[in-house]
Design a protein around this ligand. Structure first.
Ligand SMILES: NC(=O)c1ccc[n+]([C@@H]2O[C@H](COP(=O)([O-])OP(=O)(O)OC[C@H]3O[C@@H](n4cnc5c(N)ncnc54)[C@H](OP(=O)(O)O)[C@@H]3O)[C@@H](O)[C@H]2O)c1
Length: 393
């Protein structure tokens, strides 16, 4: 099939924008050219000709010759404004801004239906892993049970460096930032917000469920200390920040939590900035997707693939919504957790359903027990300094 020439208007020329530029230049099979790039700071030195750049968004949004708007900026409110305006102007849009997409999924879905324009965002979930298109197309008719895994390259890089190279947390975070894996605001990564935005997007494509990110519980890796790391090592395990959505008794459970994984768990081999997603379905059982989950060219390649898909009129059909299979969210499940705290009374052990193990030393205490996810989500004591949790599977 012959591919038509696409004129691109790009917003953002940071890590991902430049990655897209690089992969676009090295790819023969796509007939696309960059017409304009809108950035924020007109005085910043740029590695390519100045004539590409503008700071006026209308140079892209109001240019009728631009077919596709590619939104790759680090400002959530501005990104939503750009994407919504472009869709209203009848332009196809590609974006990698997970937070903006997750927080506005309902509106963005409606705009696509209203204006009959495609909006693709594969790069927003697991960078190079084509998970959204697989959930849309391959898992169309299959009965999905779960989509779960590592979908934050920055924290996986940090955890790998801690466990495999004995680096301390701050050094590993700095390295992740230097390599372009971390978000502009690293708390979004290390507190588990970034993977939460991604799992909210995957939830819609897997189960047809719309949720606002603040409905979903996340707890990141910033509370980890040497005691937790040793606890994992003594059990020949490792710690991974896992985002999950799983069908459960006619509902769907969704969260982002650090997990202690042991034995031959597929996710324990996912290292550095790589992401790994397990898809479990009733008939095809388990499939495992692995690929680079952050970085300019890895994300740029997913953005390029979306641009390419537009040349054959691809759009998400949101089939799980159309099939009226949408599942409601629930937090009513029991989790087995390790809870480490500093002193007696700092956490409310009465919130546990059962406790099977208890340890106390002058510096660190811990319990292992079963707790309801809703209780955990609402537990004020979880935010106390010196408290950390790991899910045990
Ligand atoms: N980095 C990754 O590995 C990765 C992976 C997947 C998804 N993402 C997502 O992709 C998006 C971009 O990330 P990034 O890492 O490329 O960010 P970045 O390196 O910080 O670059 C951000 C770019 O956005 C531009 N910008 C900010 N506000 C703007 C506005 N109002 N109008 C026009 N341009 C504006 C900046 O302009 P100036 O150059 O003038 O400052 C800069 O070029 C984010 O939403 C991020 O979450 C990133």
């Amino acid at each position: 099939m012959e591919k038509k020439l696409i004129n691109l208007g790009i917003f953002g020329f940071g890590c991902v924008g430049q990655g897209l530029y690089e992969v676009l230049n090295k790819t023969r099979g796509i007939n696309a050219r960059i017409k304009k790039i809108c950035i924020k700071d007109p005085d910043k030195p740029r590695p390519i000709d100045q004539s590409y750049f503008t700071t006026d968004k209308e140079d892209i949004l109001s240019d009728p010759s631009i077919d596709v708007v590619v939104e790759l900026i680090n400002d959530t409110a501005a990104a939503f404004d750009i994407v919504a305006t472009a869709l209203r102007n009848g332009k196809a849009v590609v974006s990698a801004s997970k937070r903006m997409i997750a927080e506005n999924l309902g509106t963005l879905y409606t705009l696509q239906q209203q204006y009959h324009v495609p909006f693709l965002y594969e790069g927003a979930c697991c960078a190079s892993i084509p998970i959204i298109r697989n959930l849309e197309e391959y898992y169309d008719n299959d009965l999905l049970n779960a989509v779960e895994g590592i979908c934050n390259g920055s924290t996986n890089y940090i955890l790998t460096k801690i466990f495999e190279e004995q680096l301390d947390f701050d050094t590993a975070l700095r390295q992740a930032q230097e390599k372009g894996f971390a978000e502009t605001d690293p708390t979004l990564d290390i507190e588990g917000f970034d993977p939460k935005f991604k799992i909210c997007i995957l939830l819609l494509h897997a189960f047809g469920t719309f949720v606002q990110p603040d409905e979903v519980f996340n707890f990141g890796i910033s509370h980890l200390n040497d005691f937790d790391i040793n606890y994992a090592r003594q059990r020949s395990g490792t710690i991974k920040l896992i985002a999950k959505c799983r069908r459960q008794n006619g509902h769907v459970v969704t969260y982002v939590l650090p997990h202690l994984i042991t034995g031959h768990h597929l996710l324990s081999d996912v290292s550095n900035e790589y992401n790994g997603i397990l898809v479990e379905s009733s008939f095809s059982e388990n499939q495992f997707f692995v690929g680079k989950g952050a970085g300019g060219t890895a994300t740029g390649s997913a953005v390029l693939s979306d641009i390419s898909a537009l040349t054959y009129n691809y759009h998400y059909e949101y089939k799980k919504i159309a099939q009226r299979n949408s599942l409601a969210l629930t937090n009513d499940i029991q989790l087995k957790i390790y809870l480490r705290y500093k002193k007696t009374g700092q956490v409310d052990l009465a919130d546990f359903y059962t406790i099977s193990e208890k340890y106390e030393s002058p510096d660190n205490h811990y319990v292992v027990g079963m707790i309801n996810l809703e209780k955990l989500k609402n537990a004020a004591w979880l935010q106390n300094k010196g408290v950390n949790l790991l899910v045990l599977e």
